[in-house]
Every structure is written in C-alpha cells, then in structure tokens.
Write a protein that binds this ligand. Structure first.
Ligand SMILES: [Fe+2]
Length: 127
C-alpha cells in the first residue's frame, strides 16, 4: 500500500492518536511512508551498531592483557546485541532482516573503507 491508497479516515485516526499522545505499535495501521521512514531510521541505526564493532574488534588481539581483551570482547558483543535488537525492531514493521543486511553489504561492498578481511568477519557475524 502507498500513501495514495491510505484512506483519509485511517490517516485522520492515526493523526488523532498521535495528537492524543497514544503510542503507535508496529502492527497498528500507519501511513506507508511513515512505516518506511521508521524502517530506514532503525535499520541505519542497526547498521551503525554492527559497523561500530569493527574498530574495537581490530584491537582484541593487540590488547596487552587478558583483562583488556575481555573488555574489548564485551564491547564488541554489546554492539552486536544492539544491532540485533534493532534489526528485530525493524522486522516488527514488516521487513526481512536479510534484506536489511544485504542492503548494508551492498552499500559497503562498494566502499574502500572496509578492507576485505574485516569485511569477511562482518559477514560472518551477520549471517
Ligand atoms: Fe551500541
């Protein structure tokens, strides 16, 4: 459904609910563009959490002590968890996690920013 097929009554009800301070849940009716924007924002946040693991991950083997390695591992694990929670949130809005991850991989595969070995690690975490 796109905005042209969203009925005026549904849109008014949606806007009235927001004006009344009600929460809109993922399964509730919402304008399609609104849903798409939520998916876009949530998936971008998820991607940034996953990509955020990379700098810390690079330092795990270089950390001088086991205690410091454990700290870095915990940080990387935290970021992975944040990303996965956000992918789950996006899925509640009706998208498939694999589609979001493939969009991330497609975008970043065109970049020279991430070297191949890191890229392979990222793919192994996501799948
Ligand atoms: Fe995070």
């Amino acid at each position: 459904m796109n905005d042209s097929t969203d009925s005026a009554a549904q849109l008014k009800n949606f806007e009235d609910r927001i004006a009344a301070g009600e929460k809109i849940e993922p399964k509730d009716w919402m304008p399609e563009r609104y849903r798409q924007q939520l998916v876009r924002m949530i998936s971008q946040h998820a991607h940034s959490e996953i990509v955020g693991m990379l700098p810390e991950g690079n330092w795990i083997t270089r950390a001088p002590t086991l205690r410091r390695k454990m700290g870095l591992l915990a940080k990387v694990q935290d970021e992975a968890g944040h990303g996965l929670y956000l992918y789950c949130a996006a899925e509640t809005l009706g998208v498939d996690r694999r589609e979001l991850i493939e969009a991330l991989l497609e975008t970043w595969s065109k970049s020279d920013f991430i070297e191949k070995t890191i890229w392979e690690k990222l793919i192994s975490v996501l799948y």
